[in-house]
Write a protein that binds this ligand. Structure first.
Ligand code: GLC
Ligand code: CA
Length: 572
């Protein structure tokens, strides 16, 4: 691996215990989420304690020390609830239990206690837009038939002609195919995602009350915050007759006039949830997964009267270019200030192609394009034209150091600390994503970002567990494993640890000041009198501004220039 020059490593090490103390102090702080680094765990692919091939809660528990060693503030657990796994657990059959394949509530309580003992908070995923189709409510809705109160918890409609028996509209599900599924008695139900994910009717008071019970159930168990899945989609207005066509709603776009997305009345739900969150000490935090038309509409979810924070995926979608990164930051900091929240930053999660792979493509940052390219790669028998993995890795590290210097909260996805690229060559029989199946393989899906983590160089699943892993891991995982990177100062893992510790030490307030960059293809911003961040986005070296080097995202080879695709943190 490439060599780094951590000139100030000794300084960082000696003040490290201070940083830990400080972060422990911050744990009693009700505003901890404003500038937190939150590490997303996809439980089924993190660590498998019992060797059945599926990651589990005891597996996560066995890695608390590792999590604490990263220097993060919190973990966010993707769904671990009972589920038939039609959508990786985002099809929940019981919101107040742990899937028995992943452990028990007792295991969960133990994990919460261990995370808290280690000074880490825990955020869990709440999936309120839809249940799983094995949820007792949905079974009851099928059993009790048209017009029953059980059906009113979901969105059932009679067929609409012509032709006779046709679905109520031509709406398409996100994963491909129709968004309406017909049941035996002829009615259709709405599922904006897979057909195993029937959409709930949020006009039904019982639905509203039940989610409050769920939030309290977990908050009472010590959960510190909630990530709200599809937060913009809950309230729907399907009163138009006939319903608008898919083309019409695409033209309308998310917002007050869209029948499903980002309608104004959704905020009534979050006002009620805020009251629940604030009834705890410290208040529980919320972060919405929000797909809205503008940063301003998104900011409405992030107010102190609502969820408090909303995901901003703009950096993830921005091309690796100075102007795009800078304008993304400017726009989102302005919106965050208006909402009274802080911004959030994300480069990878369980839904998108991992950022080293995105950045290795000529069309850099559009995950959909990368998926298309992955598909072409399979078709071509394993050759991606123009892909440059080394460049992708360098850009990913540079983008990560850029992100970790920003004010606000940063969300990291498991395995990104190892610099893992996407696993592209997963055979069709090992794929799990409904997007792959519902599009007959046209859409490659998200499994390539969900391959179980490599912990060791060897073993049946590279230390993921004593058995094999539920999605096969590639051989090159060995040299990207935690074991291979541990103690290696040039590794991606070392860079993340170093950056997260320094971020704790250096963060001061929520201001950012842009400085004149050394080149048009660079950005330079200051966070405090003792911390600035300069990134060279170009493929040529650019001059290095004055200031003592704190750390670099890549090798400097003794040069007084900033190499291509490199970020430096400077003191002063
Ligand atoms: C969110 C999740 C995604 C899931 C979808 C449906 O977008 O992040 O993984 O498939 O919601 O629940
Ligand atoms: Ca297991």
């Amino acid at each position: 691996m490439a060599q780094f020059r951590f000139r100030d490593l000794a300084w960082c090490t000696c003040t490290h215990s201070g940083a830990i103390m400080e972060s422990m102090g911050a744990n009693s702080n009700k505003d901890w989420w404003r500038d937190a680094t939150v590490y997303q765990i996809y439980p089924r692919s993190f660590a498998d304690a019992n060797g059945d091939g599926i990651g589990d809660i005891p597996g996560i528990d066995s890695r608390v020390e590792y999590l604490a060693s990263l220097g993060i503030d919190a973990v966010w657990l993707s769904p671990f609830y009972p589920s038939q796994l039609a959508d990786g657990g985002y099809d929940v059959d019981n919101y107040r239990d742990v899937d028995h394949r992943l452990g028990s509530l007792t295991d969960f309580d133990r994990l919460v206690a261990h995370l808290h003992d280690a000074g880490l908070r825990i955020v869990i995923d709440i999936v309120p837009n839809h249940t799983g189709s094995n949820h007792p409510w949905f079974r009851q809705a099928l059993a009790e038939g048209p017009g029953s109160p059980a059906r009113d918890r979901y969105i059932f409609r009679d067929p609409v002609g012509p032709p006779p028996g046709a679905p109520p509209s031509d709406w398409q599900s996100i994963f491909g195919g129709p968004a309406w599924e017909q049941v035996a008695d002829g009615q259709y139900y709405l599922h904006y995602y897979a057909k195993e994910q029937p959409d709930l009717n949020w006009a039904n008071p019982e639905v509203r009350a039940d989610f409050v019970t769920t939030l309290r159930f977990w908050a009472d168990r010590g959960v510190d915050g909630f990530r709200i899945d599809v937060a913009h989609g809950l309230t729907k207005d399907l009163s138009a007759d006939p319903l608008p066509s898919q083309a019409e709603i695409d033209r309308i776009g998310p917002g007050p006039d869209h029948p499903m997305w980002d309608r104004d009345e959704v905020h009534e739900i979050y006002a009620e949830w805020r009251a629940v969150f604030n009834s705890y000490d410290p208040p529980r935090s919320g972060i919405g997964e929000v797909w809205a038309a503008t940063a301003g509409r998104r900011a409405r979810y992030a107010t102190p009267a609502g969820l408090g924070q909303a995901f901003n995926f703009d950096l993830l979608y921005a091309p690796f270019e100075a102007a795009a990164f800078r304008s993304t930051v400017e726009r989102n900091l302005a919106q965050a200030a208006l909402s009274g929240s802080t911004s959030t930053w994300v480069l990878s999660n369980h839904d998108v192609v991992r950022h080293p792979t995105r950045y290795s493509q000529p069309q850099l940052a559009d995950p959909d394009r990368v998926r298309e390219q992955a598909q072409a790669w399979i078709a071509s028998g394993g050759r991606v034209p123009h892909a440059e993995p080394a460049l992708g890795a360098a850009r990913a590290r540079a983008a990560t150091l850029f992100m970790l210097a920003l004010p606000g909260a940063a969300y990291l996805y498991q395995g990104e600390e190892l610099g893992l690229p996407e696993v592209i060559d997963i055979a069709p029989q090992h794929r799990q994503d409904p997007a792959f199946f519902r599009s007959a393989g046209k859409e490659i899906g998200r499994d390539g970002a969900r391959v179980p983590l490599p912990w060791t160089r060897s073993g049946p699943s590279f230390g993921f567990g004593p058995g094999i892993s539920h999605i096969p891991q590639p051989d090159w995982y060995a040299e990207m494993s935690v074991e291979a990177q541990a103690g290696e100062p040039a590794s991606s893992l070392a860079m993340y640890r170093q950056a997260l510790k320094l971020r704790h030490l250096l963060s001061e307030g929520e201001d950012l000041t842009w400085l004149d960059p050394p080149d048009d293809a660079a950005t330079h911003f200051r966070r405090s009198p003792t911390w600035s961040c300069v990134t060279n986005f170009a493929s040529h070296p650019v001059p290095r501004p004055p200031g003592r080097l704190l750390m670099a995202s890549g090798p400097l080879a003794g040069r007084e220039e900033i190499p291509p695709a490199t970020t430096l943190w400077l003191a002063g």
